[in-house]
Design a protein around this ligand. Structure first.
Ligand code: MN
Length: 232
């Protein structure tokens, strides 16, 4: 079966196309010649986000944790192909769970790196600022809502700012693991990883301090570009 057909059958073609339209996954989304997913390069150096996120945390998070999801995604796709070939339909259910976990893990980490930027703090402006005010009351109320969602995730998960295209509104989602509690079709604009691997080496059990530090290094110009792409 042609590679594109295989990807489209799995829904990954559409996923990749959607991310491409949002300017996401520039390295992760584009299939290599082998058709496999690849770990995208960070858009900055491992030491660029210190002191908010120290070099050793960022390095392990990207080179080990994110890399493991990419590896798991490729291995799952290969196992699905093998199962189809062998007519092993009993393994499809378990592999589908693995696909959602590793696929979502890859997508969210790809956006996590792009959700932060080194240097001076930025603020939401223009149409994005107006949308935050419309849907959350004010930028300050959004910030409090987002931080509360991130700090209170039960166990491992994410806080995500999304644009929901049917209601044409912004929502804050609180995702468990990588794949649970999503709203289908919503375009992720900015994500905060609150798995312990994102902060424990530096902040120990003080997730709230990590979330507060994250909120000061959000790449708002980048979020605005994705918002523009999602709403045009
Ligand atoms: Mn992570």
């Amino acid at each position: 079966m042609a590679e594109m057909n295989r990807r489209e059958l799995l829904g990954l073609g559409a996923l990749a196309a959607g991310l491409g339209a949002l300017g996401l996954g520039q390295a992760g989304e584009a299939p290599a010649a082998s058709g496999e997913y690849e770990l995208p390069k960070l858009p900055y150096g491992y030491d660029a986000l210190a002191p908010a996120i120290e070099e050793k945390v960022l390095r392990l998070h990207h080179a080990k944790h994110h890399a493991a999801y990419v590896k798991g995604l490729n291995a799952t796709l290969a196992a699905l192909a093998k199962a189809r070939e062998a007519g092993d339909l009993a393994s499809i259910s378990g592999l589908s769970r693995a696909l959602a976990f590793h696929g979502s893990g890859h997508v969210l980490h790809d956006l996590y790196w792009r959700s932060m930027r080194p240097g001076a703090a930025t603020q939401p402006e223009g149409a994005l600022k107006a949308a935050l005010e419309r849907d959350f009351g004010s930028v300050e109320k959004f910030a409090a809502h987002f931080a509360a969602a991130a700090k209170a995730v039960e166990g491992s998960g994410w806080a995500i700012l999304v644009h929901e295209p049917i209601g044409k509104r912004l929502l804050v989602l609180q995702v468990l693991n990588h794949q649970n509690l999503t709203v289908w079709g919503a375009a992720p604009l900015m994500v905060c990883d609150v798995w312990e691997h994102a902060y424990y080496l530096q902040y120990a059990n003080d997730r709230a301090a990590y979330v507060d530090a994250f909120c000061k290094i959000i790449d708002w110009p980048g979020v605005a570009k994705r918002y523009e792409a999602a709403t045009k």
